[in-house]
Design a protein around this ligand. Structure first.
Ligand SMILES: Nc1ncnc2c1ncn2[C@@H]1O[C@H](COP(=O)(O)OP(=O)(O)O)[C@@H](O)[C@H]1O
Ligand SMILES: [Mg+2]
Length: 316
């Protein structure tokens, strides 16, 4: 549904997007992850056709965003970073207006508005004017606007920004659910959001894609994926710590507690050896006649990977 090929955007001398390519199919939710200033919003604005690309192409459901602009844009719902609202309209009035702008036929207007209101939980404020809404409701009104014409493609720029934890949760569930039948891209710098709502994620840093995979694949790439937490007993004089350090499968050993009685430690895998670390440790303990009380292989963590591979700092 979404095909992005070698997108570039230059603002004068500034290169905001530097050769981004990806595809999103129906039934996929692609998370755009990256520090502030990485180029997420600029990429999304080019994908939706609101900003011309310096180089590269975007195709939406087979329609080129520049050459076949109207066909391409009609398939897209877009929630921009700072969404405009017409503050003197009621929620219902604004959504009716949005539906008309989006070419929803007059006979289907009421049904489209009702459905968007229901999907985004706006019923309690339906007749309230937009300028009196709380931030969460305003945000959901913008969200409702983006889905009013039931688009096949949804581009959501930080859709949970500024919401409280319950509202964030609600929106993630909603994205996940809509993702079953649509192709969705949403940007965030909240890592848990990726795990909660995405089928796939790309990490963008300084205008380029530096990682691409399912949340599990990405986690497995963090350097501490496959580290082993070990609790072993009866090691008086075994020299186990030094032996663990020496294993070709281990990179380093972080000791939490160590005395004649036992050892509590986290052993980090050597590069490319995480799959064999657990087995090597368990064999070593057996050879040394130690009692293993716990040997737990940790999954990688997305926040570790993010810190390891992005150069810019997270703002929160
Ligand atoms: N209209 C513009 N003119 C000049 N620079 C811009 C413009 N829009 C964005 N940028 C710059 O491009 C980079 C990427 O911005 P953006 O896409 O908004 O990042 P993100 O959404 O990942 O935080 C930033 O350095 C930003 O300052
Ligand atoms: Mg942005």
């Amino acid at each position: 549904m979404i095909e992005v090929e070698n997108l570039h955007k230059h603002f004068g001398a500034k290169v905001a997007v530097d050769g981004v390519s990806f595809t999103v199919n129906k039934g996929e939710v692609l998370g755009f992850l990256g520090p502030n200033g990485a180029g997420k919003s600029t990429t999304m604005r080019m994908v939706t056709g609101f900003l011309p690309a310096t180089e590269g192409s975007v195709s939406i459901g087979g329609s080129d965003i520049e050459e076949d602009e109207i066909a391409a844009k009609s398939k897209i719902g877009y929630l921009p970073e700072a969404a405009p609202l017409y503050s003197d309209m009621t929620v219902e009035g604004f959504l009716r207006f949005a539906a008309e702008m989006r070419g929803v036929p007059a006979s289907e207007l009421s049904a489209a508005v009702d459905k968007a209101i229901e999907t985004t939980f706006l019923e309690p404020v339906r007749h309230q004017s937009v300028d009196t809404l709380s931030k969460g409701y305003r945000h959901r009104t913008c969200f409702a606007q983006s889905i009013i014409h039931d688009p096949e493609v949804l581009i959501l720029d930080e859709p949970t920004d500024g919401l409280d934890p319950n509202q964030k949760h609600e929106i993630r569930q909603l994205i996940r659910r809509m993702g079953e039948t649509k192709a969705i891209i949403f940007s965030t710098h909240i890592l848990e959001e990726v795990e909660a709502a995405c089928t796939r994620a790309i990490i963008i840093d300084r205008g380029t894609v530096i990682a691409d995979g399912t949340p599990d694949e990405l986690k497995a790439k963090s350097s501490n994926a496959g580290s082993v937490r070990l609790i072993a007993k009866g090691l008086a004089g075994s020299g186990i710590e030094a032996e663990l350090e020496k294993l070709p499968e281990s990179r380093s050993v972080e000791v939490e507690e160590s005395n004649d009685d036992g050892l509590v430690a986290r052993i980090l895998p050597a590069k490319g050896r995480s799959a064999d670390l657990g087995t090597a440790i368990s064999k070593l303990c057996k050879d040394k006649n130690l009692t293993v009380e716990e040997l737990h292989v940790e999954q990688g963590r997305l926040d570790e990977l993010f810190r390891e591979i992005t150069k810019t700092d997270l703002e929160d």
